[in-house]
Design a protein around this ligand. Structure first.
Ligand code: ADP
Ligand code: MG
Length: 668
């Protein structure tokens, strides 16, 4: 490790600032890549129009003239010769440059071109001429107190010293792709000689990241299957079958298949790490409950984690119904559980008397000790970090893990990105479901929206009304929960009961409102996106989303998933001033795969593709989506490489790679 202070210009204060952006030593500095580049290229004057931006270099002729226009405005005029042309340059309030702008000096001018006068109003003057081609300036993320210039300077001085870089790509692959040498690549990333070399440099760095990424995913997979602490279960298939037969409905084919996948995982001595993908309303919960029952039969405890308290409550109610006839002992643990109850629950988990605990993320945190935790299920959005499973293990636990998600990942991506994860998909919805009909309405068509709502209320169905925020200023034209409460009361106050729910509400109150809505004691529920995930009220048949453009596509799809959860025809009404493209797409399709694919195309990687995992596994320059083709190549190469490792055992060239892989063990 080479200290930052050995670099010119870095004292204790600057060091602290650099630490803030996670630069701790010289190698961090060299690995701090620009997020984009400014390309400064000489303009071709003959092609410029009046008023165009101009970048031009040349030699100063004669002395500048300074004109004082008033106290705060001073103008300086000088001429430059760019070999084919003599231009007049004007710049305001830069008198301090006067001494430096001597006749014969080489300068680069950036500014606005005045064609008639063959003159430039400069916004920036830099010393020196432009290289042939273009000058490429790296732009770095900075933190307050640091400038891009400073970072560039520190990196440049670090590059001047003798430095080592760890080159991880095996030689045969460097040769295969004719990759740039790593040291040259690092240099060109920060101080690019020209665009072509920069491209090659980026290709080199990205390839190494992706190659290592695939190896790391593979390493994780290996680690899991070699795990001697994994649980092996001898499942009572008859009891399990009986349980499934006793459910209130028959499983769909896909549910049945997912159940089989999971039961198989639970039986064998290998830690399960399975993703259960299924569009909203496809029926993931019951699959989870079956897994929990199987785990209970083999005398292990289960934890079911939900992202919100509302959802935890609802899962608890669902589980109570499903397990009513069985002896499975369960508990609900959330922030509104009283301290006294909490203590009881902790005790029950520690002594093994509680078989299933349902709650929010806190379930796997420190205070909670389990006697025999065998299965952890997380519902929606909460993917485990790379080594959270190890955190559990360090507590003497090696549970199997099932993650449920409604944001599907196209399979080719999933297999490459989550090679350490097995996937079960529920593609079809339970039979009898009707497609949700989605329509866009303009703000001024509110009357027709109210009419549609009235029809559903007359049928005794419930309606969700969603606003992006709880409250707004009076002069804000966006609808808030409070605004809508007023509107809905005006329109339906006489015939319907209206409730509101949002994040700021007391958890007990939230629970009460939710239950009244479920029982149709509240007919219209006005809320923020707190109802986004998971909430299941099968008799709700309409969701009206105001200011719909303000929500992301995946949120809209999740919100829409609150309806259409039984055989009742359901509706989703999107209200906005003018529809953005995403609203039109919502009208066109109910298919979660299509929607996430579109989202992926337009927004890039996003959360969908586990930014957390790609960060943890070292993707800094490469991007899973944008560089997917390269990722596929890297995967082929990595697979070949793994085979070589198995055949040749040790080769000193591969040491650094293996060391890098072992670093994963220390992530959390
Ligand atoms: P999600 O996949 O969005 O979590 P849920 O598990 O909440 O969906 O299921 C949505 C609704 O469908 C629930 O009311 C559930 O009871 C019902 N359901 C699930 N599976 C079936 C099935 N096989 N047949 C009929 N209804 C089902
Ligand atoms: Mg769900």
């Amino acid at each position: 490790m080479i200290e930052l202070e050995t670099i010119d210009g870095i004292g204790p204060k600057t060091k602290e600032l650099l630490n803030k952006i996670k630069i701790y030593d010289r190698s961090d500095l060299l690995n701090y890549y620009p997020y984009r580049y400014d390309i400064i290229k000489r303009s071709d004057i003959s092609n410029l129009n009046d008023g165009d931006k101009i970048i031009i270099d040349g030699i100063i002729e004669g002395q500048p003239t300074v004109i004082f226009i008033n106290k705060s405005l001073k103008k300086m005029i000088f001429r430059i010769n760019n070999r084919t042309n003599i231009l007049n340059v004007t710049i305001y309030n830069r008198n301090y440059l006067y001494q430096d702008l001597k006749s014969g000096k080489e300068v680069t001018i950036i500014g606005k071109y005045n064609k008639l006068k063959n003159a430039v109003i400069a916004s920036d003057i830099r010393f020196g001429m432009l290289p042939p081609g273009a000058k490429i300036e790296p732009i770095y993320y900075v933190t307050e107190g640091l400038t891009v210039k400073q970072i560039s300077k520190f990196i440049s001085s670090a590059l001047e010293e003798d430095y080592q870089v760890e080159d991880l790509v095996p030689r045969f692959l460097v040769e295969k792709y004719n990759l740039m040498d790593k040291k040259t690549a690092i240099k060109n990333i920060h101080v690019p000689e020209d665009i072509l070399l920069l491209k090659k440099a980026r290709q080199r760095i990205k390839y190494e990241e992706l190659f290592m990424y695939v190896l790391k995913v593979n390493y994780l997979k290996q680690k899991m299957s070699d795990d001697s602490t994994a649980i092996e279960r001898n499942l009572d298939k008859d009891k399990l079958d009986k349980f499934i037969k006793g459910l209130p409905f028959e499983l769909t084919l896909d549910q049945d298949k997912a159940v089989n996948d999971i039961i198989n995982d639970l039986s064998i001595k290998k830690r399960m790490n399975r993703l259960l993908e299924g569009d909203v309303g496809s029926g993931k919960t019951i699959v989870a409950l079956i897994a929990i029952y199987a785990n209970y039969l083999s005398k292990y405890q289960s934890a079911l984690m939900a992202p919100t308290e509302i959802l935890a409550n609802q899962h608890y109610e669902d589980a109570k119904k499903i397990f009513a006839k069985y002896k499975l002992n369960m508990a609900l643990l959330t922030s509104s559980t009283s301290n006294k109850d909490k203590k009881e629950i902790y005790k029950g988990l520690e002594d093994g008397s509680i078989d299933l605990v349902i709650g929010t993320q806190s379930l796997i945190q420190d205070a909670v000790k389990y006697k025999k935790l065998g299965l952890v299920i997380t519902d929606e959005q909460h993917r485990f970090g790379v080594n959270q499973r190890d955190t559990l293990k360090s507590k003497g636990l090696s549970p199997d893990v099932l993650t449920m998600t409604a944001t599907p990942i196209p399979r080719t991506y999933a297999l490459t990105i989550y090679g350490d994860t097995a996937i079960s998909e529920i593609k079809s919805k339970p039979s009898g479901r009707k497609e949700v009909i989605t329509v866009f309405k303009k703000n001024k068509e509110i009357t027709s929206v109210l009419e549609m709502m009235k029809q559903e209320l007359d049928l005794n169905h419930q309606i969700y009304v969603v606003a992006p925020m709880i409250e707004t200023d009076d002069n804000d034209d966006k609808e808030s929960v409070k605004d809508l409460e007023e509107k809905m009361n005006k329109a339906f106050g006489k015939i319907s009961k209206i409730g509101i729910i949002h994040g700021k509400l007391d958890p007990k109150e939230k629970d009460k409102v939710m239950r009244n809505f479920e029982n149709n004691k509240i007919n219209i529920l006005i809320s923020t996106t707190v109802i986004e995930v998971g909430v299941n009220v099968p008799t709700a048949s309409m969701i009206v989303i105001f200011n719909a453009n303000m929500f992301g596509l995946s949120t809209l799809h999740q919100l829409r998933g609150r309806v259409g959860r039984s055989d009742i025809q359901s509706y989703c009404i999107l209200v906005a001033e003018n529809p953005e493209e995403k609203l039109r797409l919502m009208e066109k399709t109910n298919n979660g795969f299509e929607i996430s694919e579109y989202d992926f195309q337009t927004r890039g990687e996003g959360d969908l593709f586990g930014t957390r995992q790609s960060g943890e596994l070292g993707l800094k320059m490469a991007n899973i989506k944008k560089d997917f083709k390269m990722l596929l190549k890297a995967k082929e190469d990595a697979d070949l490489f793994i085979n070589m490792l198995l055949t040749f055992e040790t080769n000193p060239e591969f040491e650094p790679i293996l060391n890098e892989l072992k670093k994963i063990d220390n992530l959390d």
